[in-house]
Design a binder for this molecule. Structure first.
Ligand SMILES: Nc1nc2c(ncn2[C@@H]2O[C@H](COP(=O)(O)OP(=O)(O)OP(=O)(O)O)[C@@H](O)[C@H]2O)c(=O)[nH]1
Ligand SMILES: [Mg+2]
Length: 321
């Protein structure tokens, strides 16, 4: 059965995040609609999750896209909102697609094929799994960043990932139904960690990366800013911080009790003699305080995460009603 036959009568949503893309958005929408038409695929519902101040919305509306308010908090939040809004259209499959012309619309069927054949629940683009996919001089610093981030993702998920940043993805709606996010600056790594933690099957396929057609890159424009926003989210989502905080907390408290027992034993279990060992008592108090604080800090972080997920979910649910 051909892909066109498989996807006949299926509903496909394409979520495109945009921030001031008026120079490029018309062409991107024409390319996406055009690719679906060329390959005999059903006409997609394109949702623009938009944070623009220029004419992007007006142009996109004229070209037949549905406009979603991106929330003005960054690409990560806009993608979260756009993906959840796509669920309102009861899609069989959802795609993500960048507006800036870096992705090749000819690849759309290849991504859909993987989810339509049930080979994965989330299909990612890799620009580095083989040479020649990046079609311009990719900045060395960005390449270094992708190497580090991919290594972190491999460590967190155990998946053989070579990239996290490609501008095109396909997924089943279940991945989006269950999606929970903390980050607002970017979505690229956290959505992978989230899907993996929820047991979804993730596959990476090669994908070309073209030069930005117009406008300027914002998400990765400043590496320090990117690290500042991304690293804490990766650590929080990996749950490694909880292990560290709880383990250190326990080690500190146990050491305090152990040391106190040792000093007490040295003093022949005489309570009055302990008053002569003030420095030792101070150390014990310090260890107990630090240990309980670490434990408490981990607990509060976990609580904040849960509250954030609950608030996002109720905001989304109330929008759907
Ligand atoms: N809604 C929304 N979209 C954004 C925001 N920032 C970027 N985008 C869109 O997200 C897509 C990717 O943004 P880019 O700034 O090119 O970032 P990138 O492609 O990850 O990084 P480069 O490799 O440097 O191009 C584009 O379609 C942008 O218009 C934002 O704050 N809100
Ligand atoms: Mg880009």
């Amino acid at each position: 059965m051909t892909l066109a036959e498989k996807l006949k009568e299926k509903r496909i949503c394409v979520v495109i995040p945009t921030r001031n893309e008026e120079q490029r958005i018309a062409e991107t929408l024409e390319e996406v609609f055009g690719s679906f038409e060329k390959h005999d695929l059903p006409k997609p519902i394109i949702l623009l999750s938009d944070d623009s101040k220029d004419g992007t919305r007006r142009i996109a509306r004229e070209k037949g896209a549905v406009i979603v308010n991106g929330g003005g908090k960054g690409l990560g939040y806009a993608m979260y909102v756009g993906l959840k809004a796509a669920l309102d259209h009861h899609p069989d499959f959802i795609m993500m697609y960048d507006a800036d012309g870096q992705t090749d619309p000819e690849e759309i069927p290849r991504f859909l094929e993987v989810v339509a054949n049930d080979q994965a629940d989330l299909v990612l683009a890799s620009r580095f799994c083989r040479p020649g996919l990046v079609q311009y001089r990719y900045p060395l610093i960005n390449r270094f960043g992708t190497i580090v981030l991919s290594a972190m993702l491999r460590a967190f998920t155990g998946l053989p990932l070579t990239d996290s940043h490609g501008g095109i993805r396909a997924m089943k709606p279940e991945v989006v139904e269950e999606l929970e996010m903390l980050g607002t600056h970017t979505y690229v790594q956290e959505t992978i960690i989230d899907a993996d933690q929820k047991g979804f099957r993730i596959k990476e396929i090669p994908s070309v990366w073209r030069k930005r057609a117009a406008g300027s890159s914002r998400v990765v424009a400043s590496i320090p800013t990117y690290i500042f926003y991304t690293l804490p989210i990766l650590i929080l989502r990996s749950k490694a911080h909880l292990k560290w905080l709880y383990s250190l907390g326990i080690i500190f408290v146990l050491s305090a009790f152990g040391y106190f027992g040792f000093v007490f034993w040295q003093e022949g279990f005489q309570i009055a003699a302990l008053f002569k060992r003030l420095p030792a008592l101070l150390l014990v108090t310090l260890l107990v305080t630090m240990g309980t604080q670490l434990f408490f800090f981990g607990f509060v972080l976990q609580l904040l995460k849960d509250v954030k997920y609950m608030v996002d979910k109720s905001v989304h649910d109330s929008r759907r009603r």
